[in-house]
Design a binder for this molecule. Structure first.
Ligand SMILES: Cc1cc2nc3c(=O)[nH]c(=O)nc-3n(C[C@H](O)[C@H](O)[C@H](O)COP(=O)(O)OP(=O)(O)OC[C@H]3O[C@@H](n4cnc5c(N)ncnc54)[C@H](O)[C@@H]3O)c2cc1C
Length: 368
């Protein structure tokens, strides 16, 4: 006998930007959706520091930049979500930091063409998308562990954190919006996905998955007053580059940097990392830079829902357009992959997440 007792039309696995944008489009087309998210919070690689005293996020620990001039797929989403952008602050001189025990050098560096930030931070994309979904559509702390086809749809098994239990759900279609290596590694495909698809998932690096970022929060942007842009290019580290990270209205001041140490070094020297970052900030910007109100570090390599074992061991590589096999549907048209890395436009980036969501939703809507 055919089973027809579906819990919804489409289950989306992963509440990052791709999953939520896809959910928004599917819901707007009248489909009933459920989004299952392994973590306790939504957003995936988008993660910002909240501050109750501010109307916006204080700083980004995941992505920061978009390039609207070169990324046309972003504009319609900003309009849809009523979100503005502003230019990355680059006025003034940069600092060249060549040796940990030597002087730094003040230099004019050319600006980065078209680089922009999202007002309120990229987390505002996540907040606004999630608010558009029906109450109860997003279920956090639901880690999908198994996906298997049955007679008419797909059955998913998820581990629910609180209360600790295993849950089974059925849907007509499933969209996997988790990083492909994570989906390969952590989901049991009951040997039904073909070997070449599984291999291709394994071969797809997750952009920025093993990076780590540091953000120093200040009362004021003292570097701007000194004619500095906040930008540092460093060979001395631990931060390889530093950038101004103040809010558009000036109500919060911050600098952020990418940590240049490998994840192994970050782990073995964790106890000294903050002090060395402080030394570097003081070396580059003077004593005031050591008087931050907070120093946040986010190590993405430690996230087991983003960074896979393969990401940890493979050399860093810029995202490439991956095989069409991963953009095709599977299980007789019932399963789709929709994460930023599957996009043919800006794979791995915010624009890639929006583009993947748009093309996946368009195909699904056409079928229902
Ligand atoms: C440090 C850093 C800096 C970056 N800088 C930029 C930038 O400046 N500009 C830019 O355009 N892009 C940048 N990126 C990339 C950008 O963040 C990503 O392209 C985008 O956020 C990807 O969104 P996504 O939804 O496709 O995937 P993800 O954000 O990875 O979302 C996947 C979701 O799936 C969930 N999940 C995983 N496994 C399961 C499971 N089994 N069950 C349920 N849920 C699961 C995860 O928890 C996660 O929430 C940066 C990324 C990082 C980490």
């Amino acid at each position: 006998m055919l089973k027809v007792d579906f819990d919804c039309d489409v289950i989306i696995v992963g509440a990052g930007l791709s999953g939520l944008a896809c959910a928004d489009l599917l819901q707007a087309a009248g489909l009933k959706i459920i989004v299952l998210e392994a973590s306790e919070q939504i957003g995936g690689r988008i993660c910002s520091i909240a501050d109750q005293s501010l109307s916006h996020y204080r700083a980004d620990l995941g992505p920061t930049w978009i390039w609207p001039k070169y990324q046309p797929a972003i504009e319609p989403w900003l309009k849809r979500l009523k979100i503005q952008t502003f230019d990355q602050y680059e006025t003034g001189d940069a600092i060249l930091d060549l040796q940990a025990d030597g002087p730094v050098h003040r230099r004019h560096l050319p600006g980065q063409d078209g680089i922009a930030r999202i007002s309120g931070g990229p987390q505002s994309l996540i907040d606004k998308l999630s608010l558009k979904l029906e109450a109860g559509a997003i279920r956090t702390a639901h880690r999908v562990t198994k996906i298997e086809p049955d007679e008419t749809g797909l059955k998913l098994t998820a581990l629910v954190k609180d209360p600790n239990k295993q849950l089974s759900l059925r849907a007509r279609r499933v969209v996997v919006s988790a990083p492909l290596r994570i989906a390969r590694q952590n989901i049991d495909w009951s040997e039904q996905l073909s070997v070449d698809v599984l291999e291709k998932m394994n071969d797809t690096p997750t952009w920025m998955a093993k990076q780590a970022k540091a953000v120093a929060i200040y009362d004021q942007a003292f570097w701007r007053q000194a004619g500095l842009s906040g930008r540092v290019a460093s060979q001395a580290g631990p931060l390889t580059e530093i950038h101004d990270h103040c809010s558009t209205d000036g109500s919060s001041a911050a600098l952020f940097g990418f940590i240049g140490w490998t994840h192994q070094i970050r782990r073995s020297r964790e106890h000294e990392l903050k002090n060395l970052i402080k030394d570097q900030l003081v070396r580059c910007f003077g004593d005031q830079a050591g008087r931050y109100s907070a120093l946040h570090i986010k190590d993405w390599a430690a996230s087991n829902t983003i960074c896979s074992k393969q990401d940890l061991t493979s050399p860093p590589a810029h995202p490439e357009i991956i095989s069409d096999r991963l953009r095709a549907s599977h299980f007789d048209g019932r399963l789709f992959f929709c994460v930023s890395e599957t996009s043919t436009v800006s794979p791995g980036l915010i624009e890639g997440a929006f583009t993947a969501a748009q093309s996946t939703a368009t195909r699904l809507i056409a079928e229902f």
